[in-house]
Structures are given as structure tokens and as C-alpha cells.
Design a protein around this ligand. Structure first.
Ligand code: ZN
Ligand code: ZN
Length: 280
């Protein structure tokens, strides 16, 4: 059993109300495990990685031979099928995604992953494209991340997107000793240091950052007034057990609900404080 599988089982034992949702992720992890992923035969040199980082380009593009696009497309199809089984009400959207995959072919995935060329599909829930793509690309991106080890991002990567794959962060944590903020990539789980003040999505640094703090869990929700996006944050100075990012995402689902309520203007300011001067 992998660490992710073990932590998902523990989550169900702790929070039985989440069992149906977690079961979807258990099936996705199983499906990912059925694909064998090659490690890079000739990993890029340290100099090539450094040059990529210095020029602000994601490092995984140096390892293009590792990405088996047809296998990734097959896994994306599996994930559509698994998700339909768990949430039949999403069948129409997921069928549109599968049709797009079969019509465009595996190359379309490379355009999404490294060219940010996402399909313009008329879906009821457009976040499904990212959901399927993230889980389908994870085995290959994770293998590249494991092979390359920590990237030389310190003081060299000021960007809000992932230095390994170019994906967006969907989680962050404040380091237990220093309180430094680290962002975690929604696709490949790579983490990298990022300034405390400011939005990683639109880059605004001056104002409009507010956050909600749950003192019991150390969970925070940052919401940017400029672009409307939000970031879930775990304050590891308060309390933390190290969960894998997939499990941490599920354990903080209440923050997604809160963010969606705020976006709709429900309970807009309850518990929110202005983050002036970088927060505590
Ligand atoms: Zn990434
Ligand atoms: Zn923003």
C-alpha cells in the first residue's frame, strides 16, 4: 500500500462522512498505479536545469522523452470512466471530455500540459478538465520530480507557477520554523518558496489580500480581491502532521466551500482579516 492509499484509508476511518468522495480518489490512485512510468534515461544536467530556472521555464520540458502521451490519454479516459461511476450526474461533461480526447489524440495533452492550450468545451463544470488532466499527468510528472530531486529555485524562481511543470498552486504551507510560505503544485506536488505577501496567480503585491484563519486546525484561506482566486494554506507553525498533498487537499475541502461562498457573496467577511504587512 502506498502512503497516499494508507492516508486515504485513515481519512475514511476518521471522517466516515467523506467516504464516498475519498473512494473516488482511491480508485484514481489505483488507476495511476497500473501505468508503468519510465525514469528519464538521460536526466538533464544541473547546468541545463539552472538555465531553465533562470529563464523562468518549467524544467519538465527538458525531459520530454519521459512523457508517454498515448498512455497518459488512456489514463485520462480511465479517470473519466471512474469519475462517471462515482458521480453519474457528471456523465455528460465527462463524455464530452472523452470525445475531445479521442478526436484530438494524445498530442492535445502535451499542448495542455506545456502550452496551456486547454480545450474550449461547453461543460457545466469547466474545472473537470483540470481535474482529469492533473490526475492523468501525475504519474509522469511525479516520476520526473523524483528523478530530478529538489530544484535550485531558492532566490531564482519568483514565479507563482510550478518550476517543474508550470502548473498552478492549489495549496501552500507556512514552514514550521521560519514561517516562510511554500506553494504546492496542483499537478505534480512540487513545492517551492514564494514571498509571503502577494498573490501567486495575478502577482499583485500591494493590497487586497485577505485571509481566514481556523485556530483549531492551522488552516488558512487567502483570497485575492484583484483576481478573485484563492489559496488554501496550512500553517505548520501551529499544528501539522505531514499528509501527502492529495490527502491535504481533501482534508481542507471546507476551505474550498468557504471560498465558493465568498465568491457568491455569502458570508463574505465572516472571520476575514486584512493581511497588511505580510500577516503574522
Ligand atoms: Zn508542477
Ligand atoms: Zn490575484
Amino acid at each position: 500500500m502506498t502512503v497516499r492509499q494508507q492516508q486515504l484509508a485513515e481519512l475514511i476511518a476518521e471522517q466516515p462522512a467523506m467516504a464516498d468522495m475519498v473512494a473516488l480518489y482511491q480508485d484514481i490512485v489505483k488507476a495511476q498505479g497500473r501505468y508503468s512510468v519510465a525514469q528519464p534515461v538521460r536526466p538533464p544536467t544541473a547546468a541545463a536545469i539552472q538555465s531553465q530556472i533562470d529563464s523562468g521555464r518549467p524544467v519538465a520540458t527538458l525531459c520530454s522523452e519521459c512523457f508517454d502521451w498515448p498512455a497518459m490519454a488512456a489514463l485520462a479516459g480511465d479517470i473519466c470512466e471512474i469519475t462517471t461511476r462515482h458521480y453519474p450526474e457528471m456523465e455528460t461533461d465527462l463524455q464530452s471530455l472523452r470525445t475531445w480526447l479521442s478526436e484530438e489524440g494524445p498530442e492535445a495533452l502535451s499542448a495542455c500540459l506545456f502550452g496551456n492550450a486547454f480545450p474550449l468545451l461547453d461543460l457545466e463544470d469547466s474545472s473537470l478538465i483540470i481535474f482529469v488532466l492533473n490526475h492523468a499527468s501525475y504519474p509522469w510528472l511525479h516520476a520526473v520530480a523524483q528523478t530530478l530531486g529538489p530544484l535550485p529555485t531558492y532566490e531564482h524562481w519568483e514565479r507563482g507557477d510550478c518550476p517543474l511543470c508550470g502548473g498552478s498552486p492549489d495549496l501552500s504551507y507556512l514552514q514550521s520554523q521560519t514561517g516562510q510560505r511554500h506553494l504546492i503544485c496542483s499537478r505534480c506536488d512540487t513545492d517551492w518558496g514564494f514571498r509571503r505577501l502577494g498573490c501567486p496567480f495575478c502577482g499583485t503585491t500591494t493590497e487586497g489580500q485577505r485571509y481566514f484563519v481556523d485556530d483549531n486546525t492551522g488552516h488558512r484561506l487567502y483570497r485575492c480581491d484583484s483576481c478573485g482566486r484563492y489559496l488554501k494554506t496550512i500553517d505548520r507553525r501551529m499544528f501539522w502532521k505531514e499528509y501527502t498533498p492529495m490527502v491535504e487537499r481533501l482534508r481542507t475541502l471546507d476551505l474550498d466551500v468557504l471560498a465558493q461562498q465568498m465568491a457568491r457573496g455569502v458570508g463574505n467577511d465572516s472571520g476575514m482579516v486584512n493581511d497588511v504587512g505580510g500577516g503574522q
